[in-house]
Design a binder for this molecule. Sequence first.
Ligand SMILES: [Fe+2]
Ligand SMILES: [Fe+2]
Length: 292
Amino acid sequence: MPRSAPTCHLLTIDQKDNLPEKHDGVVRLLHFSDIHIGLHPSLRDLLFTKRILGYLNHLLRRRHRIHAEFLQELAMRLPQLQPDAVLCTGDLSSIGLATEFQAAEKLLEPFLPYNLIYVPGNHDRYVSDGFALDTLRQTFRHCNHGCNDDGSSSGHGLELDTLPAIVTIKGLALILLNPARPVAYHLSCGVLDPAMQARLDALLATIPPETPRAIACHFPPLMPDGSLAGWRHGLRGASFLAEKLTSGEVDAILSGHEHRPFQLELPGGHLQVCAGSLTLAGSYAVCDFPRR
Ligand SMILES: [Fe+2]
Ligand SMILES: [Fe+2]
């Protein structure tokens, strides 16, 4: 018997009424992305790194438009929305500073008791120094400490270096991907390399056919018009990932990166969902997966 298609509601933070009611028999994910906490870096942080470009971009385009308070507003809706897990698909920071990650962790605290799951975005892996990577590993561990890659509900949390991995949420298999890596100054893409593709295939092969399944990946492989994400700002290996959706191997791909939200429904009801930026666009998504 084929799996039933998921349903996704794209919402904005100013919609306070008529929130989607949760029905019996669904696994619900509350999904947001791209909070882009941006703090003033020290001069030492900026010298000789890509961060100087990111910081200038932040000053020019984002600084006065980031609404960190939207996180608190969304957290207040948790009892009403009743998610089985909360998914954040990356770009916690603007230029990958330790201070930005610390500020983001604090803002994410109210979501921790609701099974927070986080996958990194390109801004979280902005530069290639080891200190920045260790900081990201710590934040990843902190955010995902309630999740396990074997589907159990307690014990050790996920580690960044073990991705891709499957988290099981009340019967929903959610595969976490991390194609974010430091790239050249003029790029903001992710890279789904052959090793990660092979690992993804191996993980998918372990999921029983009747089990609902989704992929969490910062970079959407498909754009709102159905075209593949580009090489400069999108995802290297987008066609491989998009195929997982068009073939029906997964029911949904949940992403961020694009700051305007969108939802693309493919034949068979398979969904590419981009939650947009919670703090810049005020957008988030509520996704319901029918349980077997
Ligand atoms: Fe972003
Ligand atoms: Fe991004």
